[in-house]
Design a protein around this ligand. Sequence first.
Ligand SMILES: Cc1cc2nc3c(=O)[nH]c(=O)nc-3n(C[C@H](O)[C@H](O)[C@H](O)COP(=O)(O)OP(=O)(O)OC[C@H]3O[C@@H](n4cnc5c(N)ncnc54)[C@H](O)[C@@H]3O)c2cc1C
Length: 413
Amino acid sequence: MTRTALVLGAGMVGVSCALALQKRGIIVTLIDRKVPGRETSYGNAGVLATSSILPLNNPALYAKITGYLGNRHPALNLSWRRALSRPGWLLRFLWEARPSRAAAHIAALQALTASTVARHRALMTEAGVAHRLRENGTLKLWRTEAGHAAAQGEHDFLRRHGIDSQVLDRQGISALEPSLNPIFPAGLLIPSVGSVDSPGAVTAAYAALFAERGGRIEQAEIAGLARQGAGWRANTTKSAFEADIAVVALGPWSGDLLKPLGLDPWLDVERGYHRHLKPQPGSSLSRPVYDADGAYYMAPMEQGYRITSGVDLSFRDAPDAHRQIDSVTAAAREAFPLGGVVGDTWRGARPTLPDSLPMIGEAPRNSGLWLAFGNQHIGFSTGPITGEMIAAMVCGETPPVDPTPFRPGRYIS
Ligand SMILES: Cc1cc2nc3c(=O)[nH]c(=O)nc-3n(C[C@H](O)[C@H](O)[C@H](O)COP(=O)(O)OP(=O)(O)OC[C@H]3O[C@@H](n4cnc5c(N)ncnc54)[C@H](O)[C@@H]3O)c2cc1C
């Protein structure tokens, strides 16, 4: 008998799960309150991060943390009210940065990210949006002479993990990106990293591919999830939807539906912002650049040059705090000839678990309830592999990546 599935959430992770389940002959209904790809999967920097294998909470965080605590550095905005409302999460996040955890985290993230560009290339081709893919790397930049050692250190680290990169001096940076102002003495080109010019449009194109292949997309607010016989029922503002299995891929909102079931995934969020600016006439970038001292990405997008901010550790639904995005916009103007602002400032929330690894697998004590969220800073990149892993496990196949580090049972008992 043909199996059925509900995929809850149509961001990059949910859409990828829907496509991968559909490929295996499962009849899938994809549900989101918005049209696909309008939340976190819309506003990110569009970097296909094959080299983001070191989580934010790595051993170097301990040395940096005091410099961040006064909320003067653009890399971090910390709401003490939020931190004190849930001290356990922050303590676990810091505890996971200890050196003894680093090797396991790096190995897990490398397994997850290694096939990012290849998987997106294949999907973008099938979805007819291959023109949105750039395969010319990312450029990390440093503003001081100390950047030479930092670039070399990162190059050595990546080489130990089989990832190529190229250390650049001021001339090398100018040769690659002539429009950048010459304020960066050191840089690192990572050629295997890809990028797209509109993550929202790519997510929407994958959803359109799913619909073209017979998938059903429902736009409705999901109010609750419950067992229904041997399967699952999602209650929505439209009607109830039932299926053999349910996949929770609600990104930063995933905990909202799970907690009423007695499942606390220890999910929290690292908020972030973006703003688009026009380039000055005659100036252009051919790839995303990351200003390591300024703590922002500047990525060429369809809408303009997208500047993305660092981490805002505030309550998920608290009002915007524009200190970081204002500060990095000013820093980006020092780096590149930018003109006027295009549109409004956007805010999103990276869904993050204390160990910076996503949750990919079946929920403990709840057969047929699959969890696919918590992809933190790299969820646009790792959506497709997350979807393939879920679909393989649902069908009893061996997933393409060892799921052990991502098992829900590490937080949900
Ligand atoms: C500033 C910033 C920059 C980033 N840069 C990058 C990058 O360069 N590369 C990268 O790989 N990643 C990046 N990320 C991270 C990446 O964007 C996320 O990890 C990823 O988009 C998460 O995808 P998702 O599908 O899990 O969540 P989402 O895209 O948020 O999807 C969740 C969906 O669930 C729906 N939903 C939630 N609750 C309900 C409900 N009750 N009923 C119905 N629908 C509901 C929402 O409408 C939404 O569409 C960045 C994030 C930020 C904030």
